[in-house]
Write a protein that binds this ligand. Structure first.
Ligand code: FES
Length: 525
């Protein structure tokens, strides 16, 4: 039986966001950070510890964007395999990448201990089970790659010493990984930042970020500006970029549910398999019960291939109940967005074409560790222009010949543009029930029409306000998804997720910047 309370709500969202003011007047800072997720707040903390004057701005509540939708596995092993990374970028780069991910987990462990942030941090062993079409050689190759990059103590075993097997085939055991409660951590970190003198503003929409002769200027929709020595754009995917970064990464949706499980039924560890897309599993202790988090069913954002979220959750639940028969009621179900890059590494550093504007994006399924790695690099990059990991994550890096197949996602952009000349998904609004939406052709226009759960109809242009791709309705999240670069819009047209800033224009073409109305259940940046 399933008793989840809402259509989409992560297990972390029970922690109510703290109230922060909106930016009401012009302000100056050494560094302005746009985005208050793991990358933004971690960077604010590191800069403040160096004595910098820091301002953080978020268009919604603090720390309630994509970081509120992670499963918060903390892994220094690579989501896409280090043996693949080595073959793309070589051993030395792979070693530096591993160093950054391991340092990120170490840094979270240190900060939560030193700053006394109660966030359920724990070091855990990870178990990667062979499944699907993957050959056993892949696990052995990965174990050798982990040794090469510096992760000591991993081993391939046929009978892992854990309560449950995700398959009865081989398993790669990886020590020294971890988990935490991401929102308890970030709320605690925000409090520490405030104590260090950081100014944090919520519900403030940044509309423009540009270099000036002596720093940067940041404009907000309400009018106030920030003048700073440098800016860090940490908005999941950058709001300040039209195409350069977006052409090198692509948005994917992933689905997670959390269900009750007896405390002693499953060993406290991280688990995932090698299917494509893979399944990932972990436990988390809450006040009154332990929940098992189960995720997977990833697909390109806005391209569901005719498979509904309900079907995807049904598959995940069946898969989990076969392997964890003690699984009880489902408490939460949610989805999140992952930005996959050309070569499995994030983009962290100076934004191409800017002098003092930096970006942190391209989580590649490792958003927490990439976000914290960004916080360890950006203070040095801002101060001196160098860091030992800078080349690994350079936003200016070009796709290697070997990675051109990873750019097939850009073909989807061309396919999406062709939709402009096709009939709409529906011929009229008449067939739309509450919570449903569709793109409808109205003469030469494509109109995004949805009926919200109260029954009200909303009509907007179906053109994403980033660079004009055709948006698609996401019935589970009750929002419009843009398949091209990851923007999301509420039924009323409000931009919820970067890179879009502007709301959807009305069906007759009016474009205005409105104050954000951010439903907690919808994905945000
Ligand atoms: Fe770029 Fe929509 S996110 S066109």
């Amino acid at each position: 039986m399933s008793v989840y309370r809402e259509k989409s709500r992560s297990a972390w969202m029970e922690v109510a966001p703290e109230k922060y003011p909106t930016l009401a007047e012009d302000i100056t800072a050494d560094v302005v950070i746009i985005g208050s997720g793991i990358a933004g707040l971690s960077t604010a903390y590191e800069l403040a510890k160096r004595g910098k004057g820091v301002v953080v701005i978020d268009r919604g509540p603090v720390a309630r964007g994509m970081t509120a939708r992670t499963s918060a596995h903390l892994t220094s092993s690579l989501d896409d395999f280090y043996h693949e990374f080595i073959s793309l970028r070589g051993e030395e780069t792979a070693k530096l990448h591993f160093e950054s991910q391991a340092a990120a987990i170490d840094r979270i462990e240190t900060i939560q201990r030193e700053e006394k942030i109660a966030c359920d941090f724990a070091r855990l062993t990870a178990y990667m089970f062979l499944a699907g079409e993957t050959e056993a050689k892949a696990l052995h190759d990965e174990q050798a790659a982990l040794d090469t990059v510096g992760l000591r103590g991993s081993k391939v075993v046929s009978r892992p010493d854990v309560s449950h097997h995700l398959s009865n085939r081989l398993c790669l055991v990886i020590p020294g990984q971890g988990r935490f409660h991401p929102l308890r951590y970030l709320d605690g970190l925000a409090e520490v930042c405030i104590a260090l003198g950081v100014d944090i503003f919520a519900d403030t929409i940044v509309t423009k970020i540009e270099d000036t002769t002596d720093g940067v200027s940041v404009e907000t929709s309400g009018g106030p500006r920030v003048a700073a020595g440098a800016a860090v754009v940490a908005t999941n995917t950058p709001i300040n970029d039209r195409l350069t970064i977006h052409a090198k990464q692509a948005p994917y949706r992933t689905y997670v549910f959390a269900a009750a499980i007896p405390d002693d039924a499953v060993d406290d560890a991280l688990y995932w398999d090698t299917e494509d897309p893979y399944h990932y599993v972990r436990l988390h202790p809450f006040d009154d019960e332990t929940l098992l988090l189960v995720g997977g069913e990833d697909h390109k954002s806005g391209v569901d291939e005719g498979v509904s979220a309900e079907t995807r959750f049904g598959r995940l639940e069946r898969w989990a109940r076969e392997r964890f028969p003690e699984l009880g009621d489902i408490r939460y179900r949610w989805s999140g967005q992952v930005m996959d890059t050309i070569d499995y590494a994030a983009f962290i550093g100076l934004n191409p074409g800017n002098r003092r504007v930096y970006v942190a994006t391209g989580d590649s399924g490792q958003g927490i560790t990439h976000g914290v790695a960004a916080s360890l690099m950006l203070p040095d990059l801002i101060d001196s222009g160098t860091h030992r990991w800078a080349d690994v994550f350079s936003p200016s890096r070009k796709p290697l010949a070997a990675t051109t197949h990873l750019l097939s996602d850009t073909v989807d952009v061309a396919k999406n543009m062709a939709e402009r000349f096709m009939p709409g998904e529906h011929s009229s609004v008449n067939g739309l029930g509450p919570g449903q939406g569709a793109v409808i052709r109205d003469g030469i226009h494509l109109v995004a029409v949805c009926r919200d759960e109260q029954g009200d109809i909303h009509r907007h242009s179906a053109s994403c306000t980033h660079t004009g791709c055709v948006i698609h309705w996401n019935a589970f999240e009750q929002c419009w998804d843009c398949p091209c670069h990851g923007s999301q819009f509420a039924p009323d047209g409000t931009a919820l997720n970067a890179p879009a800033i502007q709301p959807l224009s009305s069906a007759d073409g009016d474009v205005k910047v409105s104050q954000t109305r951010r439903p907690e259940a919808a994905a945000v940046s």
